[in-house]
Design a binder for this molecule. Structure first.
Ligand code: NAD
Length: 307
């Protein structure tokens, strides 16, 4: 199939590109290598056609769709930072909402069959109950969480109004090789680099806050399964287990053989204390289950940053 992956130079998108190509699909990438994002030219798969373009650029996107005529769009490009969204909600809405509308319009215009969308656990805010599932009420606590939730409503509306099939995947905290270790989020990548450089690490709150860390290759595989399954459905993509920041520290200590100094800091605004997912719907409908354990995934991530 011809698949267009937006954000395909980024952390998650590049793994989706690699798995699509390994599965025999023809892949084109749209990415503007935004300086605040995780997109890098070294993440680009040489077998994919790369278009350096902004998803909000209507004229350029229109040309790309005419040329590629994608059967499937995997929309991963986004303003992906909660902190940036808080400081600059207009930028967040421009990329995450207007960028999506640009994709939807072109999908309909050129006859794309389906769009697979990267949604987020950030759409829930503080969850009403645990584990989080697809029916848990969404009360996002950041502009980023709001735009991801709005995007899901556009997908549903667009399917009803224009017949474009969609699948939305609400990812937990994704980690693994190629994650940007210089961002404000992505604690495992940040820690891995600092453990290897023998720098101190900052632990906010009491370090007992737990998130659902899901390995990037598992997330990419969920995206691949969604090319042919789960039409017009939304899925939570996580491991079902929460891991605390203190636990991450201990696993990294064991993996690297180093115990960095810990600098204590207060809770970060918008941080959630407990969040982990029930992904049984993804297991039932997509046939997806995470394969990598936290320990193995952290080992692979450390090996990547060692190189
Ligand atoms: N990393 C996570 O834990 C996580 C969790 C939930 C959801 N997500 C979502 O998954 C997707 C991928 O995130 P990631 O962690 O790989 O981040 P990333 O920054 O590594 O990848 C995003 C890519 O989008 C590109 N991009 C940004 N703005 C663009 C624009 N205007 N036009 C074209 N390209 C643009 C960036 O250059 C980058 O390559 C995003 O939609 C993000 O919101 C990520």
């Amino acid at each position: 199939m011809r698949v267009l992956v937006t954000g395909g130079a980024g952390f998650i998108g590049s793994h989706i590109v690699d798995q699509c190509i390994a599965a025999g699909h023809e892949v084109a990438i749209v990415d503007n290598l935004w300086e605040e994002g995780g997109g890098k030219t070294q993440n680009l798969n040489a077998q994919a056609t790369f278009y350096r373009a902004d998803v909000t650029d209507e004229a350029t996107l229109s040309h790309i769709f005419d040329e590629v005529r994608p059967e499937i769009v995997s929309h991963q490009a986004a303003q992906h930072s909660v902190a940036i969204s808080t400081k600059n909600p207009r930028l967040d809405a421009r990329v995450n909402v207007l960028g999506l509308l640009n994709m939807l319009t072109n999908c309909t215009r050129t006859g794309t069959r389906k769009i697979v969308f990267a949604s987020s656990g950030a759409t829930y805010g503080t969850p009403a109950y645990l584990p989080i599932n697809e029916d848990t009420p969404q009360r996002p606590e950041s502009p980023y969480g709001i735009t991801k939730m709005v995007a899901e409503h556009y997908l549903r509306y667009w399917q009803e109004a224009n017949g474009l099939t969609y699948t939305a995947l609400r990812y937990g905290n994704v980690f693994g090789p190629r994650q940007d270790p210089n961002g404000e989020a992505g604690v495992i990548a940040i820690f891995a680099k600092r453990f290897l450089n023998h720098d101190s690490v900052r632990i906010d709150w009491d370090g007992e806050q737990q998130k659902d860390y899901v390995y990037v290759e598992d997330v990419a595989r969920a995206n691949l399964l969604a090319l042919d399954n789960g039409d017009n459905e939304i899925f939570c993509i996580g491991t079902g287990r929460g891991a605390s920041v203190n636990e991450l520290y201990r696993v990294l200590e064991k993996t690297t053989g180093y115990s960095p100094e810990i600098v204590r800091a207060p809770r970060r605004p918008g941080d959630i204390y407990l969040a982990y997912f029930d992904s049984s719907k993804a297991a039932r409908v997509l046939g997806w289950k995470p394969r990598e354990t936290l320990e193995e995934g952290i080992k692979n991530t450390v090996d990547y940053f060692r190189q």
